[in-house]
Design a protein around this ligand. Structure first.
Ligand code: GH3
Ligand code: MG
Length: 327
């Protein structure tokens, strides 16, 4: 087995080709290198497989029934974005247009049939290593080491990306800012290490209250968390904040030094808008921050919502015009 394989988990290779004979030859050749190998017969089966487990590399045929390699590759990138496994196109098509199209839809490399096995094995090995290295770098750059949540840098990247996308989709973007109440008193009384543990616990509770793949919970800074909710109305964002609040309440993390309850509580600021050119991401963040400030002012352990602009249905559900709070 390759020395790099001994250092880490065994890479999973997904072979996608409608010809059984090609799949079985590729399988046999790559099995020599000790990979775990899975097979799919078309683009749709490839997407279905990835939903269950993301492989370390995908060897993708271009011409297949049901969903071809180009469309499949494009969809993989749309769904998994920066987490998309490297896609190596393996195909009989070697005309300039096909090659250009493969790279346009996000393939990382291209191998033409008839396959030169030694070249293919080296490419697969190199692409898996590169994919791992990129993953590690992203982890260092975009994940908060204390809570393991995505960090502020990732928040900035994601919210700007989603803003641009929803600007053309004319769909809502919600943001929840949440802050632990009386956390200074917690640190001062239980110690900084216990404070770190509490932050980890709260981060886990937030993360486990969220289901949608496009929702991103991040550590915004200190004891503050930001949750980006694309295509989510203010009413639904408020429900999600309520769910997190209930989950934190149910876990009863002791905080005898809080002025409101003997347990850890959070305050929430929820903001929502349907992005338009005349507004900015910064305005949405400022609005959520203002709502959070209101929640703190009105006694903490509550949710305040401000709609920067939102759908008519949502407006009808909000009392006091643009502003609502939940105790
Ligand atoms: P409020 O209810 O108004 O939010 O009051 P607060 O005490 O929570 O807010 P304040 O801003 O006064 O204090 C926040 C505290 O969070 C102070 C800081 O030491 C602590 N903190 C920030 N980051 C960390 C961290 O990474 N670990 C630990 N243990 N504490 C942290
Ligand atoms: Mg606080």
């Amino acid at each position: 087995m390759d020395d790099f394989l001994l250092k880490a988990k065994i890479p999973r290779v997904l072979i996608v080709d409608d010809e059984r004979i090609i799949r079985s030859v590729l399988n046999r050749v790559l099995a020599q290198d000790g990979y775990q190998i899975s097979e799919a017969e078309d683009g749709q089966q490839c997407l279905d497989f990835c939903e269950k487990e993301l492989p370390d590399i995908i060897l993708l045929d271009a011409q297949m029934p049901i969903l071809d390699g180009f469309d499949c590759c494009q969809q993989l990138h749309q769904i998994y974005r920066q987490d998309c496994p490297p896609v190596l196109m393996v195909t009989a098509l070697d005309d300039e247009k096909s090659i250009d199209m493969a790279f346009e839809v996000g393939a990382i490399d291209y191998v033409t049939k008839p396959i030169k096995w030694a070249v293919l094995r080296q490419r697969v090995r190199r692409l898996i290593q590169t994919g791992w290295a990129i993953k590690e770098l992203r982890q260092l750059a975009f994940v908060d080491s204390l809570t393991q949540l995505p960090n502020r840098r990732r928040f900035d990247e994601y919210i700007h990306h989603e803003w641009q996308r929803l600007l053309t989709e004319h769909a809502p973007l919600s943001l929840i800012l949440s802050d632990i109440d009386f956390f200074k008193a917690y640190n001062d009384s239980y110690g900084h290490l216990a404070g770190d543990g509490c932050l980890r616990q709260v981060a886990t509770l937030i993360q486990s209250s969220l289901k949608d793949r496009s929702t991103l919970a991040t550590r915004y800074g200190g004891e503050e968390f930001a949750i980006v909710l694309p295509n989510v109305s203010i009413v639904d964002a408020k429900s999600i904040a309520t769910k997190i609040m209930a989950s934190v309440h149910a876990s009863q993390i002791e905080h005898k030094f809080s002025s409101i309850q003997p347990y850890i509580t959070l305050s929430f600021g929820v903001a929502c808008t349907v992005p338009i050119q005349q507004q900015s991401v910064e305005q949405l963040i400022e609005t959520a921050d203002r709502a959070l400030y209101e929640a703190k002012q009105k006694g903490r352990n509550r949710i305040a919502c401000i709609a920067l602009s939102c759908q008519i249905d949502d407006m009808a559900e909000l009392t006091e015009g643009l502003w609502q709070e939940l105790a």
